[in-house]
Design a protein around this ligand. Structure first.
Ligand code: ATP
Length: 470
């Protein structure tokens, strides 16, 4: 509503609202009018009253987000806006509006996710300017269902992966030389956004960042360059997060590739697709090429099927060797939850010759992760160490869930009382009690491998973590 209404009109409508306070449409309109006149405090009061009467109301919530942003109360705006992601459901218009507000609130990843959902619900609602700002280019091939093989990364964003990908939004920002769309992310985060993991950050810096930055120096000392780092460990402990932050740390692009995608979606042409992917990476340096689920290439996995898996491995090995020989600004990282299924050839020098265990964070790491996820949220002075001490075995993703849970509880209270209260240490401890450490199952399996098939000492780190004597 962009027209400017007179104070008299607003006054009359406010009076009318007094007679039918449950009329949320009218309330929303009056609030918009007040905002149009710059009467933000009054608009806020009106919306708060409305939200008290109709908790979770989408239109009022959106208006409240807008109002709080204009009042420059960003943390509160973020809490209100993020609470609307669920209620917005499949309402494309609301989702587009929500995406715009989230972007203004500085929540770029959430905005991008919400915008993509809106456009998938109703492509007609796309707003090119917003899409461009979010780096989300329309799916140009969607009218050509006959050529799905040209759309490998598009297909990767089906419904199921959408949820799973919630923490790792991929933004398509470019097109490969061959014309097929490939999603290259430009992460805005860096190592400061990764809690704990000091050893691993240092390893990544020495092993892959510095050699790229100081190639001549490394050569002068006869130090070989190249080779990737393979991270393994329980799910949710920050492998992908660190890979993405590595890209952001050096202003490089980020290409995330699930090996399952390579094998299943590109059935019959995985080798060519892998080659095209490396070509694309080389043409867009510097970039971090991140392979997830590399265990899917292991020959022990019959699910991969026949000789296809072998060919893909050979192709991957020769591409990795090519990257090493040319040292061309492509940084390779990979991750797996099942290192015991890995093909041994991947561990050879110049390939993934650094294989690093990524355990759940220790107490100090957990405190740092909690602090990161609490950033920008209304809070009292929080004793994160006390909370972290209750989070033994929690992954980074579990810790994020603790914060999310505390925020949700706070929000539902705020919608009832109309007054947002800051998050406290107690809220977080309560949320931690309700959250399960998700890494336990992984360790149950890992322990067996570490005890009974550890001939080459690959899993000593797991035994050390579990405090089992070797
Ligand atoms: P998987 O093996 O299931 O792929 P993963 O080890 O790659 O898991 P991530 O996807 O990196 O785990 O982590 C999931 C989410 O947990 C991240 O998006 C991030 O929000 C949070 N997280 C994990 N580790 C950290 C960390 N060290 N600092 C901050 N956030 C973290």
């Amino acid at each position: 509503m962009s027209e400017m209404y007179s104070d008299e009109t607003i006054h009359a409508l406010t009076e009318a609202l007094g007679f039918s306070p449950e009329n949320t449409t009218l309330r929303g309109q009056v609030a918009e009018m007040l905002m149009g006149r710059g009467r933000l405090q009054e608009a806020e009061e009106m919306l708060r009253d409305g939200l008290k009467r109709s908790p979770g109301h989408l239109g009022l919530g959106l208006a409240m987000g807008e109002c709080l942003l204009r009042l420059e109360r960003r943390p509160e705006a973020v809490v209100v806006l993020e609470s609307l992601v669920g209620p917005a459901g499949s309402d494309a218009a609301a989702l587009v509006q929500l995406a715009g507000l989230l972007l203004r609130a500085g929540e770029r990843d959430s905005a991008s996710l919400v915008y993509r959902r809106a456009v998938r619900e109703d492509p007609g609602r796309a707003e090119p300017k917003l899409g461009k700002e979010l780096g989300v280019v329309p799916n140009q091939e969607s009218d050509e269902p006959d050529q799905p093989e040209d759309l490998p990364f598009d297909d990767a964003l089906d419904d199921e992966e959408w949820d799973e990908a919630a923490g790792r939004v991929r933004v398509r920002a470019d097109h490969s030389p061959s014309g097929s769309p490939i999603e290259m992310e430009r992460p805005s985060m860096g190592f400061d956004d990764v809690g704990g993991m000091q050893g691993l950050k240092e390893e990544v810096r020495l092993k892959i960042i510095e050699p790229i930055r100081n190639a001549d120096l490394y050569k002068a000392y006869g130090k070989s360059i190249g080779g990737g780092i393979l991270m393994y460990g329980p799910p949710g402990c920050g492998k992908t997060h660190l890979a993405r932050a590595t890209a952001g740390q050096i202003d490089a692009g980020f290409l995330a590739v699930g090996i399952h995608d390579v094998l299943e979606m590109w059935l019959g042409q995985s080798e060519q697709k892998l080659h095209a992917l490396f070509d694309y990476a080389r043409a867009n340096t510097p970039c971090v090429l991140f392979f997830d689920e590399v265990d899917a290439l292991g020959m022990k996995r019959s699910a991969v099927g026949g000789s296809g898996g072998r060919n893909v491995i050979n192709q991957l090995l020769s591409e990795l060797d090519g990257v090493r020989d040319r040292n061309d600004g492509v940084l390779i990282l990979a991750a797996t939850n099942a290192p015991w299924d890995l093909d041994a050839a991947l561990r050879r020098p110049g390939r993934f010759d650094r294989v690093i265990f990524v355990p759940p964070p220790d107490t100090a790491g957990a405190a740092a992760i909690l602090r990161l996820h609490l950033q920008g949220k209304p809070q009292e002075a929080i004793d994160v160490s006390t909370v972290a001490a209750k989070c033994s075995g929690f992954s980074g993703a579990d810790l994020k869930a603790v914060v999310d849970r505390a925020v949700e509880a706070k929000l539902s209270d705020a919608l009832k009382t109309g007054t947002p209260e800051p998050i406290t240490t107690r809220d977080l401890v309560k949320a931690a009690r309700k959250t399960r450490a998700s890494t336990r199952e992984w360790f149950a399996t890992a322990k067996n491998h570490a005890l009974y098939s550890n001939d080459s000492g690959h899993y000593d780190d797991i035994l050390d973590y579990l405090k089992i004597k070797r």
